[in-house]
Design a protein around this ligand. Structure first.
Ligand SMILES: Nc1nc2c(c(=O)[nH]1)N[C@H]1C(S)=C(S)[C@@H](COP(=O)(O)O)O[C@H]1N2
Ligand SMILES: [Mo]
Length: 512
């Protein structure tokens, strides 16, 4: 009787895994974008207050989502074991447990935008698998217990015990096959990757770094950020995988003519290309959620002009394939700046995680109000009538970038040889430009740094200065001045609600 407790728990875990595996396979087969567990994880993220979400991103870095999914799976394993044991004496309570889990999953799925009934099918499959598998295993366990309880000498091998093991093996095998099937069916990503690899977009060029843009100081971020190390920020657990042939962008709302663009329509237009620095509103002072790339795409001003926005419209509500939204000032998309539907990054089709096949790039605005990856919908509208993913969480409606600068060399906390010390880094104020960078030692006078050149006002600029440090501890500080003469403020502001401010300050020790 003792040992059979453990077998009930095992039966619970096996049934639980079977249900998860089959729901995962069903999700993949039905092309439901998220398996239920992932939907729950996304739901938890969406409900997480901004502060906690930021803490998670800082603590686990980009692994934050994996940590959450693994945490949910660990919780489920324990829960399944408990349900197995509960089923021994209170069958209906165990079934209720499954139903509650399934209901949670269903709520998470329904909470996502554009859900249909097929999106719930994986949950129904999983729930049925749980109940059927546990019922089958429980049947054998009860027989086994009856034989043991009868007190008669047990002749090995006991048929009921063997029956339980055979049934368990079958459940485990089906679960494994289900998991495998899910993986195979999850080939959407592979298809998108394949089409991306074969894609050649006419008019897209791979640039060289403009002469003079890089000062070549070791330790400073490369002026052109390669695609691999380019920072990644989004709310998608599983990145949307859209083959160009399946992509469409609908432009509608307060317009004279609704437009639907296919990928072919888009890339047959004139391609515009530019160096543009993209940064995240969540970038702390001195942080590295920033990158500079050569973007190729089609100017949004031309496309929007064709749609004919109404004069009283002031915003564009952009939606991505995975349901993320942001509100962008219509004016910023239509003025002389190079706001574009980007199809390539650094001369290559967009990497899938950076928005393949099409994303928005608007110079001068933080990503959260402009840089929609996997963009599929643009509604011309009014700010008064909309909210978006991050504004619902307390971030500002408007997100123009703020002037900023940082010291990359020497590294914070470094030991440097006393004497003349090279100090270098980057500064940025996209769509305005930087006119000067100044450094300060131990609160003394501000010293002008040398600036590299830039091809336009939309990129960051490298700077370099030489400061004299005598032996001992020192504090180095940097600030920038924009092309309009505005000096970067030293007032410290948090990243919420519209971007951090303050002078990047580091400590170094000069040694003889
Ligand atoms: N679909 C989608 N697009 C998105 C986001 C997102 O969560 N989902 N995040 C935005 C934010 S906050 C930033 S800073 C940029 C980051 O773009 P990157 O990951 O290519 O660097 O993408 C923007 N576009
Ligand atoms: Mo961001």
């Amino acid at each position: 009787m003792r040992t059979s407790r453990a077998w009930w728990a095992t039966a619970g875990v096996l049934s639980g895994l079977l249900g998860l595996a089959l729901s995962y396979a069903a999700a993949a087969l039905l092309h439901v974008r998220d398996a239920p567990v992932v939907a729950v994880a996304e739901g938890i993220t969406a409900l997480t207050p901004g502060k906690v979400a930021r803490w998670a991103i800082e603590t686990f870095d980009t692994a934050d989502k994996k940590v959450l999914v693994v945490g949910i799976l660990a919780f489920l394993l324990v829960f399944f074991a408990v349900l197995g044991r509960v089923a021994r004496t209170r069958w209906w309570l165990a079934v209720t447990g499954y139903v509650v889990l399934a209901a949670l999953g269903a709520v998470a799925v329904i909470a996502k935008p554009n859900t249909s009934f097929t999106d719930l099918a994986p949950i129904v499959v999983g729930l049925l698998a749980w109940v059927v598998a546990l019922a089958a295993l429980a049947e054998w366990l009860r027989r086994w217990e009856l034989v043991e309880a009868s007190g008669e000498p047990v002749t090995a091998p006991m048929p009921s015990r063997r029956g339980f093991f055979v049934a368990s093996g079958v459940v485990a095998l089906v679960a494994a096959c289900g998991g495998l099937l899910g993986r195979v069916a999850g080939s959407a990503r592979r298809r998108a990757e394949e089409s991306r690899r074969l894609l050649r977009i006419e008019g897209v060029t791979a640039p060289d770094v403009p002469p003079g843009a890089s000062l070549g100081v070791p330790g400073v971020s490369p002026w052109q950020t390669p695609n691999g190390p380019f920072y990644l920020i989004d709310t998608a657990f599983i990145k949307p995988t859209i083959a160009p042939a399946d992509w469409e962008l609908r432009i509608h709302g307060m317009v004279d003519r609704e437009i639907t663009l296919s990928y072919r329509d888009l890339v047959s237009r004139e391609i515009t290309e530019d160096w543009i620095t993209l940064n995240c509103v969540s970038n702390e002072v001195g942080g590295d959620l920033i990158g500079n790339a050569w973007w190729s795409g089609v100017r949004l001003a031309a496309i929007l002009a064709e749609a004919g926005p109404h004069p009283d419209a002031d915003a564009v509500l952009q939606t991505s394939e995975d349901g993320w939204t942001c509100g962008t000032p219509l004016a910023a998309m239509m003025d002389e700046r190079n706001a574009m539907l980007a199809v390539a990054m650094n001369g290559e089709p967009l990497p899938i995680e950076h928005g393949f096949p099409v994303r928005t790039i608007v110079p001068g605005l933080y990503g959260y109000v402009s840089a929609t990856k996997w963009v599929v919908d643009m509604e011309v509208t009014r700010y008064d009538d909309i909210t978006a993913y991050w504004t619902e969480k307390g971030w500002s409606e408007m997100g123009p970038v703020k002037i900023a600068s940082k010291i990359e060399v020497p590294a914070s906390g470094a030991d440097v040889p006393a004497g003349d010390v090279v100090c270098a880094g980057v500064a940025w104020m996209q769509h305005t430009g930087i006119s000067a960078v100044e450094v300060q030692v131990d609160g003394g006078a501000w010293q002008r740094a040398r600036l590299a050149s830039t091809p336009n006002v939309d990129t960051w600029v490298q700077w370099q200065a030489t400061v004299a440090l005598d032996e001992g501890d020192h504090q180095l500080r940097v600030r920038a001045v924009d092309a309009d003469g505005n000096v970067q403020t030293g007032a410290i502001a948090d990243v919420v609600p519209d971007g951090a401010t303050g002078w990047h300050t580091i400590d170094v020790t000069a040694k003889a």
